[in-house]
Design a protein around this ligand. Structure first.
Ligand code: C2O
Ligand code: CU
Ligand code: CU
Length: 596
């Protein structure tokens, strides 16, 4: 067999010692599906990998074109662990970073043909999305390997959204939602740190766990003028938990489990890595890429003394209303990130030359809104060098951040209440929204194009759910038992995933633009999303009225297009043209009841 390091390092490691105060037990079992790999992998023995920024492969209809290949390969995740078979993009886990510019479209083709026909992990075909009869208007096979890649947080037409039924198999079987080989991402949105990841129904937890995830950044000019740390001082930290077998393979349960947690931290595809940093400011794009584990992040050092403040500048889209300082005695004590939430932060290491700092996690698993000690306490380490360096970046407290987009709740035309739930049936569990699973009839809501709605997300379950809407970025209006408490300081900016704790209602405001059509919204714990905590919203043109004219219809073309759309005789181009004309005249839609 492969030789493995069996050193008893956890107890002796600096992190083990410094985290004693957090009540951390390295042998604690996290929760429902934790698997102990029993491999005492030494921490901080390898450098943090940073994914490459992907070079385009050419042009496609005026857009920068990327052809990204999904494949299975081996990657060394730790020097003492045999190479791990993973899935990745362009032969890399995580995939390369795709960097786009605000206002400049990108065309993406995700080539699924190189993956094997057999899944790397066990496919549980008792859950929705795995059988032919799960798909409306479809009678083809449902292959075990099928992918549809979604750019999470992108404002895109539905056919480029990489949705749950838009999958394609290595043998070119395509799901009923499959429309196009090439997804066009307009990037007609402000700066953001987004992700790309697979989304096929019933498989998302396995495809992401296998390694399919990458960062997608949209850069704006205003951002480039802010004097933020950039280049090698702008580092993504994709935080994931994994469990391993002795032979190096990733381990995941054979059957669907309610929530999975791994016992090992993998950051940017490396087990417990460390990053050598200069004594200066760094920008980190922190991403929770775990299936179901939430993180509650802090910086710690060996002797429990002073650590640098974490300054959060952005919640993922645009910027925060003001920079939020995070740490002991600061505006927020720690940084909580539920699955697929992101936080962009600046950390100033200039006073810490020669010191070693650890990014630690204090969130229990499964997460119920409490930060009270974690079975996975250490994530990544920073070793600050002694050299003297120039730093032209601005101190975070001196940053003049551009105003983030807001949605005036007084202009909202509709308030909808949505509930989160869990059902036990046939001895099994599934998670639901509004008492429905993804494949149950009804439940689709129909917001009107370019109208603001308030959604009240009500959590009556015992677990925290990260709720994600496609298409839009929303603002958090309130949280707490009745949704009227102030949002957290680091939620005061546009987001696409929001944490909803048990017995809490979170109120969000979203403007439903810029496209009509059907999009999912779902819990982003991947086990919940797969079974079956996802619903659709369908953005409809609505009826045209012109306020200036006292509510009289003034543009027959949109009215007609609307009617055609309702009748299912829509030509997308014709509709788009009508909408554009309608926009130029600053009209609004009325709020006629069109829910089905
Ligand atoms: Cu991260 Cu429906 O997506
Ligand atoms: Cu998404
Ligand atoms: Cu959930």
């Amino acid at each position: 067999m492969t030789k493995l390091s069996r050193r008893k390092l956890l107890a002796a490691s600096s992190a083990g010692a410094s985290l004693g105060l957090l009540g951390v037990s390295t042998s604690a079992i996290g929760g429902a599906a934790a698997q102990s790999s029993e491999l005492d992998l030494e921490k901080w023995v390898q450098e943090l990998p940073v994914p490459d920024v992907r070079e385009p492969d050419g042009q496609h209809e005026g857009a920068e074109y990327h052809e990204v290949t999904l494949s299975e390969f081996e990657q060394q995740l730790h020097p003492d662990l045999p190479a791990t078979t993973v899935w990745g993009f362009d032969g890399s886990y995580p995939g390369p970073t795709i960097r786009a510019h605000s206002g400049e479209p990108v065309a993406l083709r995700f080539d699924n043909s190189q993956l094997p026909d057999d899944h790397l992990l066990d496919v549980d075909d008792s859950i929705g999305g795995t059988q032919t009869e799960d798909y409306p208007h479809y009678d083809g096979p449902v292959p075990d390997v099928r992918n549809s890649v979604h750019v999470h947080g992108a404002n895109v037409p539905p056919e480029s959204d990489g949705q749950s039924m838009a999958w394609r198999s290595p043998d070119d079987e395509t799901g009923p939602g499959y429309v196009t080989d090439v997804q066009t991402i307009p990037n007609a949105q402000d700066r953001a740190t987004l992700l790309y990841h697979p989304h096929s129904l019933g498989l998302t937890r396995l495809n992401v766990y296998a390694g399919l995830v990458g960062c997608y950044e949209i850069v704006s000019e205003a951002e480039e003028n802010l004097a933020l740390p950039d280049g090698e001082h702008d580092v993504p930290l994709l935080l994931q938990d994994r469990s391993f077998e002795e032979d190096g393979s990733i381990s995941y349960p054979e059957e669907w489990v309610s929530e999975f947690s791994g016992d090992t931290a993998v950051v940017n595809g490396a087990v417990w890595p460390s990053l050598e940093v200069e004594p200066r400011r760094y920008r980190f794009r922190i991403v929770n890429g775990s299936n179901a584990r939430s993180f509650d992040l802090s910086l710690a050092n060996e002797d429990g003394t002073d650590v640098p403040t974490i300054y959060q500048i952005a919640p993922s889209h645009e910027f925060l209303e003001s920079v939020v300082s995070i740490g002991a005695g600061e505006t927020m004590p720690s940084l909580t990130l539920t699955p697929f939430e992101r936080a962009e932060v600046v950390v100033d290491f200039s006073e810490y030359a020669g010191e070693t700092l650890t990014l630690t996690n204090d969130a229990a698993f499964p997460y119920m809104g409490e930060n009270s000690g974690s079975d996975l306490a250490d994530l990544v380490q920073f070793r600050v060098t002694e050299e003297t360096v120039d730093d032209a970046s601005a101190h975070p407290t001196d940053l003049d951040l551009p105003e983030p987009t807001d949605h005036d709740p007084d202009h909202a035309r509709r308030t909808r209440t949505h509930t989160m739930g869990m059902e036990v049936a046939d001895g099994g569990v599934r998670h639901v929204l509004n008492d429905r699973g993804m494949l149950d009839d009804g439940g689709t809501v129909r917001p009107h194009l370019n109208r603001t709605e308030i959604w009240e997300l009500e959590n009556d379950t015992a677990l925290t759910h990260p709720i994600h809407l496609h298409l839009v970025k929303f603002r958090v209006l309130g949280r707490g038992p009745d949704g009227t408490d102030e949002p957290d300081p680091n939620e005061q900016g546009p987001k696409d995933v929001v944490r909803v704790d048990p017995d809490e209602t979170v109120r969000i405001a979203a403007e439903f633009g810029d496209y009509t059509g059907a999009y999912p919204w779902h819990c982003h714990m991947l086990e919940h999303e797969d079974h079956s905590m996802m619903q659709m919203f369908d953005v409809v043109p609505g009826e045209l009225v012109d306020y200036a004219d006292g509510g009289v219809l003034t543009d027959g073309s949109l009215e007609a297009a609307s009617a055609d759309w309702e009748a299912g005789e829509l030509e997308r181009d014709a509709l788009a043209e009508a909408i554009n004309r309608w926009r130029d005249g600053t009209p609004v839609v009325d709020d006629a009841e069109v829910d089905r």
